[in-house]
Design a protein around this ligand. Sequence first.
Ligand code: ATP
Ligand code: MG
Length: 186
Amino acid sequence: MTEITKLAPEKKHGLIVVITGNGKGKTTSALGMALRAAGHDMRVCIIQFMKGDMYAGEWDGVKMLDGRVELISTGKGFCGIQGNPYSHAEHRQNAQDAIKLAYEKITSKEFDVIILDEINNSLKLKLIELEQILGLIKAKPQLTHLILTGRDAHPQVIEIADTVSEVNEIKHAYRKDIEPQPGIDY
Ligand code: ATP
Ligand code: MG
């Protein structure tokens, strides 16, 4: 039988990770880190911005991780996309509430990993301010990991982050008029 090694870093770092770009795989990358962290018995909080209006599998999926991952989905869908009936002011109020919640969760020290899903595009869409993201980063306990997802990450956030990945679209099924599929797209 192969012996399994469990690595432990000599020095722990609380990382700032940004997942951005126009391809598919940003939110799911963050969810993958939540799954991975749960395996290490770490506690994870996920706050989704501009969602909350449409069911996604991760809402119940994380409940299967024995309470290690809390997920709060806020908002009323992507601001400005076709078919979304809510005003910018309404989206902004929702995003402002989500920022407040994020601050509470980050400073509660209850979590090892905090995921702020779609926060990058919330800034791009002017639902929140750059200073608010910088404030959250500043408020982060040293060893807490902070993961920020969404298209169009701000250059200053990219500059501050430790790990940044850009997911680029090579192909997406929607271009062939294939509808979003459960388990893959939501
Ligand atoms: P996922 O949640 O699947 O990881 P994502 O977070 O990278 O996707 P978002 O920009 O948040 O992508 O878009 C969310 C939804 O839109 C997903 O259902 C995803 O499949 C779909 N999507 C992602 N990229 C594109 C694209 N380039 N064009 C159209 N739809 C996309
Ligand atoms: Mg996403």
